[in-house]
Design a protein around this ligand. Structure first.
Ligand SMILES: [Zn+2]
Ligand SMILES: [Zn+2]
Length: 310
């Protein structure tokens, strides 16, 4: 199965602590890497994760609170110093465009690569990026300012070729793609071999949802229904529900409720408030609602695997 991984670079919230970095993640699908959010210090976390800077081509910013985007200009500047030439695409609310362009013009004169800023509308569920391997959709969230999550959907992989059959019929390698795409093969003697006989079924397409800062919003589940893995912010534990409502954040129980309603495969909690010394209580309360829950921590790498239907 081709890689579909989630690297946690930062999973703290707005106030800095010594335990967590502000929000940032890397999604790796079939050798391509996509960044979600870029809090202060993200480039150092990227270094620690051993991810090659050059592989990163796209950055998705959920909203314009500093803990999700203060790391952008530093990272853009560093990429310039490292001699990057490939464009860097940044997807964010339109308010970022002028702010970031002014910073680039001032701090990064002579930048030898293009920073392409794409405006997104966080209030609608819409595909904002597509390539041969995947689509990325916005997930409207409810926060103090416009905010959205991102849903990464892998496209249906092609079936696996049966080497034994290819060898047996002496089929040229040039035909492999056609066979994977459903065309059969006709032998020199005129016998037609269907592609089903020459392949084994494809791996299921996988999906990952990043639910950034939001108050409890159960209808997120309708958009991410059946998702294999979901990250949901869990700024507070349920004893601080009043605080969560006041600041437009969620509790661990609420994150678990969304995952349960969505019939997700795996829940990852993060965006922890600086008020807690550890997250054990949040994990416990989430698991009581949605057992397959884990806590994000800097440096962790999760495999996005197909949802196991109970
Ligand atoms: Zn935040
Ligand atoms: Zn926020």
């Amino acid at each position: 199965m081709t890689p579909f991984k989630l690297y946690i670079l930062g999973c703290g919230s707005a106030l800095p602590t010594l335990r967590h970095n502000p929000s940032s993640q890397i999604v790796e699908i079939r050798d391509k890497q996509f960044m979600i959010d870029c809090g202060e210090g993200t480039q150092l976390q990227l270094r620690r994760s051993k991810i090659r800077f050059t592989k990163l081509g796209h950055v998705f910013i959920s909203h314009l609170h500093g803990d999700h985007c203060f790391g952008l200009i530093g990272m853009i500047s560093t990429f310039g110093m490292l001699g990057r030439t490939a464009p860097l695409h940044i997807f964010a609310h339109s308010a970022l465009r002028n702010i970031l362009q002014q910073q680039i013009d001032f701090f990064c004169q002579g930048l030898e690569y293009e920073v392409v800023i794409h405006d997104i509308d966080p209030s609608v569920n819409k595909v904002i990026y597509e390539d041969r391997s995947l689509t990325v959709e916005t997930i409207p969230l409810e926060h103090r300012i416009p905010c959205c999550g991102f849903l990464f959907r892998e496209k249906q992989p092609l079936p696996h070729i049966r080497r034994d059959m290819i060898d047996m019929y002496g089929i040229p390698l040039s035909q492999i793609n056609n066979i994977k795409n459903g065309l059969g093969w006709t032998t020199p003697e005129g016998e037609f071999i269907s592609s089903e006989r020459l392949t084994t079924p494809a791996d299921p397409a996988r999906s990952y949802a990043y639910c950034s800062d939001t108050t409890f919003k159960p209808d997120i589940a309708d958009i991410i229904k059946g998702v294999d893995m979901v990250f949901h912010e869990s700024t507070y534990s349920s004893e601080d529900t009043t605080r969560a409502r006041k600041h437009f954040h969620s509790t661990a129980s609420e994150a678990a409720t969304v995952a349960k309603r969505a019939q997700a495969g795996h829940l990852i909690l993060g965006h922890y408030s600086a008020r807690y010394d550890n997250e054990a209580k949040m994990l416990e309360e989430a698991r009581s609602i949605f057992p397959n829950t884990d806590l994000a921590a800097e440096g962790m790498v999760f495999d996005v695997t197909s949802r196991v239907v109970p």
